[in-house]
Design a protein around this ligand. Structure first.
Ligand SMILES: [Zn+2]
Length: 300
């Protein structure tokens, strides 16, 4: 399989430690998202960070299904969402993203840092496996950066020390993740975690975005025993289908669906990620209401 230098995910592991890592750089997949909507620069930048984070988490969490990462804010940006499904042998990880925001408020901003753009809000991670229960994890957006909020999520939900560095410039998006796996009985290098975090912390946004993956890894870890795995590909892609929309409409509930049908005579749905349109007739809507619940989300 031909891999471009960009739009890929590079895993690595340090010998004699329980420390693993991933590096991703996105160009075409990020472009595909920006080409579909005319996002203001601060929105596009943060959406890039979210896409890079999504690529890293998809590879970390290893879910057979769809992972969505949402930032729900009360500030000028009300929603940033990235969705992904993992790749397989010879198949790229698919990534898509969308933003909702108030154009006027964005134009009036003097500052465009994370807290100003989103205000109070929540980071919501939803894991929707192909088989089994849907899971949702929620943390507050009170850490001043997307990376810090995700680190908070890992600490609370996975109890694995995890650090992330995310960067985006409107052209490219990139991210680095390192994670300390649970100790096992082997005699290990005890200081490795702190040393690798300190080294990772010396990366600049420019280096993360501009240097080739192997150069980033060499620049940071040339004195460590890092084992680098084959890179995997990432591409823009949508998994929307009539069936997925049917399930989402079913979850809306009978009252909501019937009121849409009463007003419109049918239910129109459009995929915001890829712009595909789906139409459900009044009879379709009734059969959606009748169908049994398949799963109920777990909140914590
Ligand atoms: Zn779609």
């Amino acid at each position: 399989m031909q891999l471009s230098q960009l739009d890929r995910l590079q895993r690595f592991m340090f010998d004699d430690t329980r420390v693993r890592g991933e590096l991703t750089q996105l160009h075409d997949a990020y472009r595909e998202v920006l080409n579909r909507h005319d996002y203001p620069a601060p929105v596009a930048r943060l959406l890039g960070e979210l896409m890079a984070a999504s690529a890293l988490l998809t590879a970390t969490i290893k879910l057979d299904g769809i992972m969505s990462l949402e930032l729900r804010g009360e500030g000028p940006i009300s929603l940033l969402m990235a969705e992904s499904n993992p790749g397989a042998e010879g198949v790229a990880q698919q990534l898509r993203a969308i933003a909702r925001y108030d154009q006027e408020q964005i134009e009036r901003l003097q500052e465009s840092d994370f807290s100003t753009l989103l205000g109070n809000g929540q980071l919501v991670i939803t894991l929707d496996p192909a088989h089994g229960q849907r899971y949702q994890g929620i943390v507050a957006l009170d850490k001043g950066s997307l990376a810090a909020c995700l680190e908070d999520y890992f600490e609370r939900s996975e109890q694995l020390p995890t650090r992330l560095w995310l960067a985006s410039d409107g052209e490219r998006a990139a991210g680095l993740l390192v994670q300390q796996l649970p100790e096992d009985e082997r005699q290990l290098d005890q200081d490795a975690w702190e040393r690798i975090v300190a080294l990772s912390d010396t990366i600049s946004d420019e280096e993360l975005l501009q240097l080739a993956p192997e150069e980033v890894l060499h620049r940071l870890f040339h004195e460590e025993q890092a084992r680098v795995f084959e890179p995997s590909a990432i591409a823009f892609g949508c998994t929307c289908s009539r069936e997925r929309f049917a399930l989402a409409l079913h979850r809306l509930g009978a009252d909501e669906l019937r009121s849409i049908v009463a007003e419109e005579g049918k239910v129109d749905a459009q995929c915001h990620f890829c712009n595909t349109h789906y139409e459900f007739s009044a009879a379709d809507a009734e059969s959606l209401i009748e169908r049994p619940d398949e799963s109920s989300p777990t909140l914590h």
